[in-house]
Design a binder for this molecule. Structure first.
Ligand code: ATR
Length: 327
């Protein structure tokens, strides 16, 4: 599959990258370092050239891991990271959102050190700060661009209105948002704004945080005790079984294609247009190898029609507290 450009920036990547969050936090215990590094090396071997991390994932641990694993491959890959979510160093609790210039600069310096690089290719504001105008944040980001500390600017989970204001200051290369067969609310305003403004959409959780892979059963969620998905609305209570019933549609299509359900979910995301990139998360080389095969799955009109009705039937919000997204 051809590379896709990231907005109007000079960056080009293959449409399936690697979301690295799960190596360090949120989806159960951190992956053993050797296994994580082996998975990242496998990704490079398979042609993955877009690695997504954030300052907040493992409070620097995820960036350190990625930096260590990518040593010696700097010119082959695009590294994306994010700033703007403050955390208590002791408890890990989120302390607030900060898009101020001073905070962004301190975060960027820390991320550069953790990653062991001179420049971050794509640097996102992770969540929009209600107390700092986006124009001010963009000015700070532009200073980092002019100093060579970052190459392109991204916004994660912004509203269409914020994106328009940001682009009036300087082109935004990418918006990162949750986008999958189960999460299509951004099609109303955000994707049209991206298309109009020449901004790429980087789809995170394209596998519905794993649910669309068909690996979970009604009897057993298969999640470890520390996995945050126990409290995620779509995995919680009665929603879980109702949502799993929708995954049966994906499974049936997978059988027809002699494919894995995850490949169907990813093929759907990739079919949404040249401006869409995806960063499925996996900690396992075997799942990564399988996911990459989604590039050769071609969905037909009948598949697309069956898949198109799923998102409207999904039970539960994307987050327990939706107030921090699409600002
Ligand atoms: P996120 O962007 O939040 O990481 P996602 O990409 O929608 O979310 O889904 C990630 C989840 O899907 C992870 O729990 C991952 O588990 P592993 O680390 O064990 O792989 C799971 N996942 C990814 N690809 C998979 C596959 N091919 N089969 C089964 N599970 C898979």
């Amino acid at each position: 599959m051809q590379k896709r450009s990231i907005g109007q920036s000079a960056l080009n990547v293959h449409p399936i990258g690697l979301g690295c969050m799960g190596f360090s936090e949120f989806y159960g215990k951190p992956t053993e370092e050797a296994e994580a590094i082996a998975t990242i090396h496998k990704a490079i071997e398979l042609g993955v050239d877009h690695f997504d991390t954030a300052e907040m994932y493992g409070m620097g641990a995820n960036e350190k891991l990625l930096g260590k694993a990518l040593k010696g491959t700097r010119d082959k890959v695009v590294i994306a990271s994010k700033f703007g979510i403050g955390r208590d160093r002791k408890t890990g609790a989120v302390t607030g959102l900060d898009g101020s210039k001073a905070s962004m600069r301190a975060s960027c310096e820390g991320s550069l050190r953790a990653l062991g690089v001179d420049s971050i290719d794509l640097y996102y504001q992770h969540r929009m700060d209600p107390n700092t105008p986006i124009e001010e944040t963009m000015e700070g980001l532009l200073e980092l661009v002019s100093e060579g500390k970052i190459r392109a600017i991204g916004l994660s989970e912004c509203s269409a209105q914020t994106l328009r204001r940001a682009c009036a200051v300087h082109p935004v290369a990418a918006v990162q948002s949750e986008y999958s067969l189960f999460s299509r609310d951004i099609e109303d305003e955000i994707i049209p704004a991206c298309q109009e403004l020449g901004v790429s959409l980087v789809a995170y959780s394209p596998l519905g945080r794993g649910m669309l892979t068909g690996q979970y059963s009604r009897e057993d969620k298969g999640l470890s005790a520390s996995d945050y998905r126990h409290t995620q609305p779509r995995f919680a209570g009665d929603n879980y079984a109702d949502n799993l019933a929708l995954v049966d549609v994906v499974k049936a299509i997978a059988v027809r294609h002699d494919a894995h359900p995850a490949q169907i979910a990813l093929a759907w995301v990739l079919a949404q247009g040249e401006h869409v990139l995806s960063i499925p998360g996996t900690t396992k080389a075997s799942n990564l190898t399988s996911n990459m095969k989604a590039r050769s799955v071609v969905l037909d009109q009948d598949d697309l029609a069956q898949l198109s009705i799923l998102s409207a039937k999904v039970k539960g919000d994307r987050y327990g507290d939706m107030s921090v997204v699409n600002r």
